[in-house]
Design a protein around this ligand. Structure first.
Ligand code: SAM
Length: 195
């Protein structure tokens, strides 16, 4: 993996306000992946591919990442980035809306990383659970959404996102097959281990 290119891609993304994973969140996920050594990871929300490229370092030998992105410009950039960093053989990018793509996937994954439209988290969870291997992990970023999720925040634009993030947290907590931790890193990270 070309670390210099990866750093350039990160800096460029930050400069252009592309929402990539925060450093402290990446650190926590990297620790989980180091222990788990996943063979297959599913990511929902690739943006320009930064997190997927970082995660690819922790795959088991021969492992693969599938990631999904719907914005054309980001798709083109992610594909270029995978080649620049030299990870194009490890990452497959599904192009389009995850709401349409997920139901037609039928693979099994050791880790699912949810990092896309907040209003769709309960749907993403259903799909992740359907494809998760035993002892697998579902990691969802931004679940505390600037603190709105745990406050009595109930305003206009973000209302649907907040309601759906609350539903996501309730579902992972109530699911007897999952053990969930909500971590206050970045914008809030839910880590759910399948028992
Ligand atoms: N995981 C990336 C990283 O850390 O480098 C950042 C992902 S960014 C926070 C979220 C991305 O998800 C955006 O690029 C957005 O276009 C994409 N997205 C949001 N909803 C989506 C959907 N329903 N289907 C596919 N992509 C989606």
């Amino acid at each position: 993996m070309n670390e210099v290119e990866l750093l350039k891609i990160k800096e460029n993304a930050l400069k252009n306000h592309i929402p990539i994973i925060m450093d402290d969140t990446l650190e926590v996920i990297s620790e989980i992946l180091k222990k788990k050594k996943p063979k297959k990871i599913l990511e929902i929300g690739a943006a320009v591919g930064y997190s997927a490229m970082c995660f690819s370092e922790y795959l088991e030998e021969g492992g693969k990442i599938d990631t999904i992105e719907r914005e054309e410009e980001r798709i083109a950039e992610a594909k270029e980035n995978f080649v620049k960093v030299g990870v194009q053989d490890k990452i497959h990018l599904y192009e389009g809306d995850a709401v349409e793509i997920l139901p037609i996937l039928d693979d099994k994954y050791d880790v699912v990383f949810i990092d896309a439209a907040k209003g769709k988290y309960p749907f993403f969870l259903e799909q992740a659970l359907r494809m998760l291997n035993d002892k697998g992990v579902i990691i969802a970023d931004n679940v505390l959404y600037k603190g709105y999720v745990m406050s009595d925040y109930n305003k206009h634009k973000q209302r649907t996102a907040v309601r759906n993030l609350r539903e996501y947290i309730a579902r992972v907590n109530e699911d007897a097959n999952l053990k969930t931790e909500i971590l206050e890193v970045g914008d809030g990270l839910a880590v759910s281990y399948k028992l």
